[in-house]
Design a binder for this molecule. Structure first.
Ligand SMILES: Nc1nc2c(c(=O)[nH]1)N[C@H]1C(S)=C(S)[C@@H](COP(=O)(O)O)O[C@H]1N2
Ligand SMILES: [Mo]
Length: 354
């Protein structure tokens, strides 16, 4: 692993998993405490070469089961519909895969630690408003399918990146066609000029360099939905409740004495984090962590726990509960799957104090 190539505007200490396609995540401590991730620290996940589309050349086609197919230019999209801000966390389904890789290898899969997740203030227009203008012909069990402008060379066969979400999610107010991220024009690396942001769903559904939307009766047949991003062949849509420790680092040597433990927790789509607990004895006794204020149901919640540690080895575990009382599984081994997705076992770090 080495530093991020200059030119993409990422921090020098990003952990780069691949140069081409460019895949990187920030060191965990960078994500601690701050609700909105700086663009230079935001993880980046690509499956092919990054398209370079000038706003003047960009077009969006909306077709399928609609009464009025549309072709929208950048000015038509950005000024023709009301604009909204949504703070939302994006999380790759491969987040925390590194822990699954320690159980059993997965050749060619990026070893994402707990940083394939970041939060931005997204600004754009509602997908629902665009679909209403196009006129949905059939509601019920329909899907909105998205196509990106990038070609993924390792898909079978090579094809544009794409995916779909159910129409009931597509029509919800939080799903945006975003053209700004953290008050700046959306960078090319993150899908500019326009990308989808589908809060609460796996990152793969937030299609970048968006050029096509099709309303259709079935989920997307794109490789990245019909074949990849599955757990034991079941299609992923939302991600389960999760929790991670951001600092101290796994394997760190820390001074004995006062210790501050920090991390994030994130609930499944539309649910909320109710509590986070920390254990210093392997999961027998649990202590409540302090939670940062909740922003909305589509963002992570940072947490912190302060304690005093004696010299010697120490394992810290953390787990979250959502507002329905659900928590996540203890065992990482039980969650192993060949794609390395959706690891939400208890967060753990092993330290040596003294
Ligand atoms: N067109 C396109 N959209 C895409 C991807 C891609 O490779 N091509 N990667 C997806 C995946 S798997 C994730 S996790 C998110 C990552 O968004 P980011 O790179 O802005 O962090 O984008 C999604 N959208
Ligand atoms: Mo992803």
């Amino acid at each position: 692993m080495h530093s991020a190539p200059a030119g993409w505007g990422k921090r020098d200490d990003m952990v780069v998993h691949d140069d081409d396609p460019f895949n990187c995540e920030p060191p965990p401590a960078v994500l601690a405490d701050v609700e909105i991730t700086a663009v230079e620290s935001f993880y980046c996940r690509n499956h092919g070469p990054i398209p370079d589309i000038a706003p003047a050349d960009w077009r969006l086609e909306v077709d399928g089961d609609v009464t009025q197919p549309l072709t929208l230019s950048y000015p038509e999209l950005t000024t023709g519909f009301p604009a909204y801000d949504v703070t939302a966390t994006l999380q790759c389904a491969g987040n925390r895969r590194a822990e699954l890789l320690r159980i059993h290898p997965m050749p060619g899969k990026e070893p994402w630690a707990q940083g394939a997740i970041s939060t931005a203030l997204w600004h754009g227009v509602r997908l629902a408003d665009v679909l209403r203008t196009a006129g949905i012909r059939r509601a019920g069990d329909s899907h909105a399918a998205f196509t990106g402008a990038d070609i993924a060379p390792h898909a079978h066969p090579p094809q544009a990146f794409g995916g779909s979400i159910p129409l009931r999610k597509a029509m919800s107010g939080e799903v945006l066609l975003a053209f700004q991220m953290n008050d700046q024009p959306l960078l090319r690396l993150h899908g500019g000029p326009v990308r989808l942001v589908a809060p609460g769903f796996i990152g793969a559904r937030s299609v970048k360099w968006l050029t096509g939307i099709t309303v259709q009766p079935a989920p997307s047949s794109n490789y990245f939905q019909a074949v990849d991003y599955r757990v034991h062949d079941v299609e992923l849509s939302t991600l389960p409740l999760n929790c991670a420790i951001l600092t101290p680092d796994d394997g760190a040597r820390i001074p004995a004495g006062p210790l501050s433990i920090r991390g994030y927790a994130i609930a499944e789509d539309c649910r909320r984090i109710a509590r986070v607990q920390v254990s210093l004895d392997g999961g027998v006794r649990w202590h409540p962590a302090e939670l940062a204020p909740a922003c909305n149901p589509w963002t992570w919640r940072h947490w912190a726990f302060s304690t005093t540690v004696d010299p010697g080895p120490l394992t810290i575990a953390a787990r979250a509960y959502d507002d329905a009382g659900l928590t996540h599984p203890e065992s990482t081994a039980a969650l192993w799957n060949p794609g390395g997705y959706a690891n939400n076992s208890w967060a753990r770090v092993d330290l040596t104090a003294g």
